[in-house]
Each structure stands twice: as C-alpha cells, then as structure tokens.
Design a protein around this ligand. Structure first.
Ligand code: NAP
Length: 247
C-alpha cells in the first residue's frame, strides 16, 4: 500500500480519468477527497465504489475556477484531515471550435477551469506542503498542449500553460523536495472523447502508433507512480501517456 496514511485531493473525480485516479489512489491506501463541480450524484457514486472496495473517500463540491470556493475547500480539508499529501489537478473542460468561430466566453471558460483552476489549488496547497515539509502535485495536461490540435486553441493553450506552470512550480518547491509533475494523456476513452465526431475519432486513432485509444486506468497508474516514493527523484517532468502519439 504505497499511500497508507496519506490524504489525496483529486479535482474533477466524479467520472472519467479523475474517477479512475481517485479509485487507484484509494486502492493503495490513500484517504481520497473526490472533488466535483456539478455532478454530485456521480461523485457520491465514486465515493460509494471506493468504500465498497474497502477504501476511504469523501466528496467535496466546488468549482476549481472559483478562487474563493477553492480556498474554502482547502480550509475544510485541512480542518478535517490535518494535512494534504497528494494533489491531483485533473478537472478540465473543452469548448472546441476553429479560431474564426471561437467565442471569447469559450476561450475564457477553458482557461479559467483548466489553467487558473490549477493556480487556485496550487497556491493554497503549496503553502500547506511547505509547512508540512512534504507533499507532491500531479497536474493533468494533454498531448494537445504539447502538439497543438486544430479546433482546440483554447484547450491547447490551457494545457501548454499547465506544463509551464508545472515546471515553474517544481523549481519553486524543489529545495523542500516537494515534487510537481505533469501527465500528458493522448486520446483516452471518457465522456470528454465521447463528444468527438466519428471523423475526429478516426483521425485521432490514425495518429496513435498503438492504433487504439487509452483507458482512464492507464492514466491513473501513471499518476500513482508519480505520486509515490517510486518517483522520489522526479520533478518538473511531463510524462506522456498516449500510445506513442507525441513521441
Ligand atoms: P470528463 O469525463 O469530461 O470529466 C471531467 C471532470 O472534471 C468531471 O468530473 C467534472 O465534474 C470535472 N470538472 C469540470 N469542470 C470542473 C470545475 N470547474 N471544477 C471542478 N471539477 C470540474 O473528462 P476526462 O476525459 O476524464 O478528463 C480529465 C482530465 O484529463 C481533463 O483535465 C482533461 O483535459 C484531461 N485529458 C483528457 C483526455 C481524454 O482523451 N479524455 C486527453 C488528455 C487530457 P462535473 O461534472 O461535476 O463538472
């Protein structure tokens, strides 16, 4: 059990990749806070599934895009659990469109959730982890942030921003060995990719050397590695979990 006695917060854990990460951390002993925005029922289902498998979890609703709500959530987590050992910034949205059709509100919404949300949680958690003199952060970026993707200027900018943010924060926290890494998933089968057209899915699959989409559990395993002592000398890195798409 790599995470026995540790408390972990996974943002956007009501479904998809976040749910798989929450379940994987809990299966290895972590007490997991399952964050969600609107999907309370789904988040409670994640908690129920974790508990049914013998793990520990609670849910906490709050938009990561809302700075004050994030601060309130963090204060509550520290009040309830005394510490936070692992932060996984997974919450993310898409509002895809070509640049000529991209609305400012869609650009802002994606940046506010995907990038500013990471700032909101890390700003608070960094202070707590420095006080604890331990902790680690894993940010979920995307292969779109590495390679770019037509129709995703907003999303790719937010995910490239997460990579720059991760490397900068890793440098800021390195003297205390608080590790900050990112994962860049490729196409992973979730509700987010369910929204894509068949043409976009076929085109995407054609770019993947493995010739298949990834599973949320395959991202979760990489998160568990980076969050564990097995990765004790790794910081500021971007691990691609993409079937070779971005190599
Ligand atoms: P998903 O199935 O759409 O799930 C997104 C999760 O984020 C949901 O739990 C959602 O909860 C939560 N969320 C959205 N806005 C939020 C907010 N403002 N505050 C808190 N939670 C919020 O997406 P996914 O495919 O699992 O993606 C998870 C992460 O991986 C995202 O960061 C995504 O960009 C990244 N990623 C995904 C893929 C892929 O192919 N699927 C590839 C690369 C990167 P509510 O429903 O409660 O809002």
């Amino acid at each position: 059990m790599r995470f026995e006695g540790k408390t972990a917060l996974v943002t956007g854990a009501s479904r998809g990749i976040g749910k798989a990460i929450a379940k994987a951390l809990a299966a290895e002993g972590a007490m997991v806070i399952v964050n969600y925005n609107g999907s309370q029922e789904a988040a409670e289902q994640t908690v129920t599934e974790i508990q049914a498998e013998g793990g520990q979890a609670v849910s906490y609703g709050c938009s990561v895009a809302d700075s004050e709500a994030v601060e309130a959530m963090m204060k509550q987590i520290i009040a309830d659990h005394g510490r936070l050992d692992i932060l996984v910034n997974n919450a993310g949205i898409t509002r895809d469109n070509l640049i000529l059709k991209m609305k400012e509100e869609d650009f802002d919404a994606v940046l506010n959730t995907n990038l500013k949300g990471v700032f909101h949680t890390c700003r608070y958690v960094a202070r707590q982890m420095l006080k604890q003199k331990s902790g680690c952060i894993v940010n979920i970026s995307s292969i779109s942030g590495v390679m770019g993707n037509a129709g995703q200027t907003n999303y790719a900018a937010s995910k490239a921003g997460v990579i720059g943010f991760t490397k900068s924060l890793a440098r800021e926290l390195a003297s205390r060995e608080i590790r900050v890494n990112a994962i860049a998933p490729g196409f992973i089968e979730t509700e987010m990719t369910d929204k894509l057209s068949q043409a976009a899915l076929d085109a995407g699959k054609g770019q993947i050397p493995f010739g298949r989409f990834g599973k949320a559990q395959e991202v979760a395993k990489a998160v568990c590695f980076l969050a564990s002592e097995d990765a004790s000398y790794i910081t500021g890195q971007v691990l691609h979990v993409d079937g070779g798409m971005g190599m």
